[in-house]
Design a protein around this ligand. Sequence first.
Ligand code: 3NM
Length: 219
Amino acid sequence: MEYNTLKLQLKVYFIMGSLNCRAEPELVLEQALKGGATLFQYREKGEGCLSPDQKNALALSLQKICGKNHVPFIINDDIDLMISLNADGLHIGQEDGDLNQIRSSIPDKILGVSVHNVEEAEDALRAGADYLGVGPIFDTSTKMDTRDVMGFSVLKELRAAGITAPIVGIGGISEENAFEVIEAGADGVSVISAISQHVNPEKAASGLLERVEKGLESK
Ligand code: 3NM
């Protein structure tokens, strides 16, 4: 996919599964999109997450909400579900299979890959990743098995290495620190709890969007 289009879609990348929400996932997503979330990833992971049938049903229902709002719908780490729903894309981690093989089985879909350094980023791009997720930038209590907190340095290193591909930061990002994440080199921010755990997901998403846009203007 064309880099500039994708960069705009990555500004406020909301990620969520049933375990992350305080209210009904559908309601949380509707509100997040109303507030200006630009991309959505369905990520059903963790102890106590939904059974495969329930997961498929919720995915379909969230996909419809994205469709109605013209926001791309990405699936985390489940290529079969992505293909069966004809979703807009897939996001995978470093341990989620052979990237070249995945790329060739979904040539026309958005493919995002989590990376942690320049080498992983270059490998992912060589295999055809469309965007890179980089983190954890800050401490997060949403995901247990993360790498060590990276701060801004990794974002700066990726850009200094000449990587121009779309990049989103992830991990502990909020309205308070989103500006600096963009300033350090990201095109957008990926968040779970800043939106899903907020009492007002719409307000959370609009606040993030404002900070991201300010960050982009300052570059
Ligand atoms: N991946 P929150 S951190 C899903 O570092 C995920 O790769 C991470 O949740 C990584 O916005 C993370 O609530 C959780 O901190 C992000």
